[in-house]
Design a protein around this ligand. Structure first.
Ligand code: MRU
Length: 374
């Protein structure tokens, strides 16, 4: 199995998702600016994977910092997080990861230690002893230890993400049909996360539990994450997958050929409204019209309890050239105006259930999502 992203001694290594499916190549980002660029250009994409990349980018920036004092290091931290925070606005995991790294930095500077009781299950193999320093350490001791601390935290974010996806799979598998076709949109798989996937993780877990599922993957215009990435990763995993264009989904639903739809999310508001890849809203409306359950699988780090409704979710507008061109070839007349909102918001009334690592939330979401955080 490929690794979507990993920490190496040379930097942050990631599979180049712009080259898939024709080439499986890896890039190593050696500076935080290179990580930011990889997120912005979608070498790495998918909300949880963006969160992991952000955490690793911050760790890399701190590790490479030439700061000699703690205040200088704090100033560098602010600069790094500002650059990383400006890459993609919709996936809240980016801002979640920045906050988490900031909390780790502050906690470390306050206590100078890494409380072992906070090590989550399954990640105890990370080298934590390296980051425990005496409380009265000098600035250079502190900076050296803090650099290790940031690297450890970023690796924890990755390890936890995989564990979270597996937990989500366990909760969600029961919702999948025993057999038949499940539709998905965009790529919410191993490529969109640290590994295993959210929506595709649920499908993987259902298949592992013996269910006979095949997947219909929307190609997902205009960036083709379904065609390029979902079809690639499912085929690689020997999971039956059939590629359809986005405008075929309604036809197959009406024909009774789709038993369920499942997608990931980039940000979920407190009322259960879901921002996800452009075209998700159409899938959800079609699903309701055809009495097909529409599920969303997302970790708690994708739920933004600070936003009352999906109307407040910022929607990234990407270059119109991604609509008018493919691989540098024009597919529309020169200079025709085009729009590219990269996400849409599905109102919660279309969402049958939200699958998280802590369990399944159903309407009314304001209550059920709130309960997951308590
Ligand atoms: O623009 P992208 O490819 O980053 O958008 C990705 C999606 O919309 C995914 O469905 C979402 O991030 C969930 S990934 C587990």
């Amino acid at each position: 199995m490929f690794k979507t992203i990993e920490w190496t001694d040379d930097g942050v290594r990631m599979i180049d998702q712009l080259k898939l499916p024709t080439q499986e190549v890896y890039v190593t980002c050696r500076t935080y600016q290179e990580v930011a660029e990889a997120i912005r250009t979608m070498v790495i994409r998918g909300a949880p994977a963006i969160g992991v990349a952000a955490a690793m980018g911050i760790a890399l920036g701190v590790k490479n910092s030439a700061a000699r004092t703690v205040p200088e290091l704090r100033a560098d931290f602010e600069k790094i997080t500002e650059v990383i925070g400006q890459t993609r606005p919709t996936a809240v995991n980016l801002f979640w990861a920045i906050k988490r790294m900031r909390n780790a930095l502050e906690e470390f500077l306050t206590t100078g230690t890494y409380p072992p009781d906070k090590v989550p299950e399954g990640v105890s193999d990370l080298d934590l002893t390296a980051v425990i320093i005496p409380r009265d350490g000098s600035d250079s001791d502190m900076i050296a230890a803090l650099k290790s601390r940031m690297v450890v935290e970023a690796q924890r974010v990755l390890a936890e993400d995989i564990a979270i996806n597996e937990a989500m799979g366990q909760h969600g598998a029961a919702l999948m049909p025993d057999s038949g076709t499940v539709l998905t949109h965009c790529n919410a798989g191993a490529l969109a996360t640290g590994g295993y996937g959210t929506a595709l993780g649920v499908i993987r877990a259902a298949i592992a539990a013996g269910k006979k599922i095949n997947v219909f993957a929307d190609e997902t215009r205009p960036f083709l994450q379904g065609a390029r990435l979902t079809a690639w990763e499912l085929a690689k995993d020997s999971i039956p997958v059939t590629l359809i264009t986005d405008n075929m989904a309604g036809h197959f639903m009406k024909a009774g050929q789709i038993k369920a739809a499942i997608v990931g999310a980039d940000r979920i508001a407190a009322n259960g409204d879901v921002a996800n890849k452009i075209g998700t809203y159409s899938v959800a409306v079609l699903a309701k019209e055809n009495q097909i359950p529409f599920y969303v699988a997302a970790p708690l780090s994708t739920i933004d309890m600070s936003l009352a409704s999906g109307d407040q979710i910022p929607i990234e507008e990407r270059s119109p050239s991604e609509v008018t061109h493919w691989a540098g070839v024009a597919t529309a007349p020169a200079n025709v105006p085009a729009r590219h909102p990269a996400f849409d918001v599905t109102p919660h009334r279309y969402v049958t259930a939200i699958i998280t690592e802590r369990g399944i939330a159903r309407a009314p979401y304001t209550q059920s999502l709130n309960r997951l955080f308590t």
